[in-house]
Design a protein around this ligand. Sequence first.
Ligand code: FAD
Length: 450
Amino acid sequence: MRTATTQLGGTGELNWAGNYRYGATAIHRPRTVDVVRALVSAAPKVRAVGSRHSFNSIADSSGILISLEDLEPDISIDAAALTVSVSGGTRYGTLAAELGRHGFALANLASLPHISVAGAIATATHGSGDTNGNLATSVAALELVCADGTVRTLSRGSSPGFDGAVVGLGALGIVTRVTLDIEPHFEVRQDVFEQLPWGTVLANFDAVTSSAYSVSLFTDWSGGTVAQAWLKSRIPDGGTSTGAHAAVRTGFFDSPGGAGGPDPASRTFFGGTAAPSARHPLPGVSAENCTEQLGVAGTWAERLAHFRMAFTPSSGEELQSEYFVPREHAVAAIGIMRGLSEAVTPLLQVAEIRTVAHDRLWLSPAYGQASVGLHFTWKPDQEAVERVLPLIEEGLAPLGARPHWAKLFTADAAALAPLYPRFADFRKLAEGMDPEGKFRNEFLERKVFG
Ligand SMILES: Cc1cc2nc3c(=O)[nH]c(=O)nc-3n(C[C@H](O)[C@H](O)[C@H](O)COP(=O)(O)OP(=O)(O)OC[C@H]3O[C@@H](n4cnc5c(N)ncnc54)[C@H](O)[C@@H]3O)c2cc1C
């Protein structure tokens, strides 16, 4: 059989963060879809694993794991339909480079390009932007190897259950190919502003997040200011921008900022000032790992992620959690988090606030509601983090906060089900496609099937 296999024999392999050791018996790396099919039909318990960037046990199996990293990316662009089809194990960085070579783009990226396409969409991974849905909303079709080893294609608009299957948490099958929407290539400039007074940001929250194509606010919830605002602005067709002064030419500083918005003369933004040099979101860390800033124009692929493909993303020694609230509750949610600062800030490296457009994918945290994501990059002390998570979850519960599936959270199926109008439909879909529970693991039993 054309597959490389690592027997784990109870010793396990670690996820990217090193905080979770997979309990599966083996990891197979097939080189063809036919081998994926044979492995799935023979295994009583099996799941797909992507690039292992999740922070919990979501990807694990009590049987075998299948990684698609040895399958060729086999990237195929349909310029007329504006779609690209790609093997599920392909990393966004690889896909982005190929799209760039052909003059095309994805609408958005997460903070890092290192993650696999299938793994990211399975967990509703997202970037930022009031008009940007999470990465799963770009999916036009999925090819899955189902529990009986057959291959099935689900397409947007024509396959029943498609909206449930995209953010599938690995519960429906092994996603071997994904078709994604693309658009013509575009350029982006990235500008960082520092020390924005909270009062100004909260009084103008909608104006702040709509000031650029993608806006991220970094904070540790303490003190009176937002430490950094990262603005990723699309450069209008035919525009060029080569640095600070080009801002005026591209109209960046004329974008709708409202009172206190971007000021071309003083280079201020809602009371914050332009960073004089490139910044890392983590205080005191070199910006070498980060995508270029200071208003220098670059391709979408070189600006939309925060971190560069060839470098370690984020700090590398960390844990993460994230909660999504309907965007109309953003200011209230931020107030709650600032109120919890005494307990939360000492465990934090940094927190990030991003916006996500609403969608119709059943298990997406942005299902049916434009959302704001409150993200936490924790110091790598899981015991302490797990002590503080219930505080955050209780605090945000009245706002209907939905946790990121791939990060650390404590809520179980009983708490999650009321938050998702299509939760029961998802269970039914999974039970129909996988009646023997081959793709279920302990995480799904606890968090979804209850
Ligand atoms: C440094 C860092 C930065 C991050 N930044 C962001 C961010 O900006 N935004 C954000 O939303 N998240 C972010 N994340 C979280 C990350 O996007 C998610 O963990 C995502 O799921 C990672 O994809 P993966 O390929 O590593 O999946 P894995 O962790 O390997 O798997 C995750 C899930 O996907 C399923 N899966 C994987 N491959 C397949 C397949 N072929 N078929 C079916 N199911 C499959 C697995 O079974 C599992 O359920 C970050 C994580 C790290 C470590």
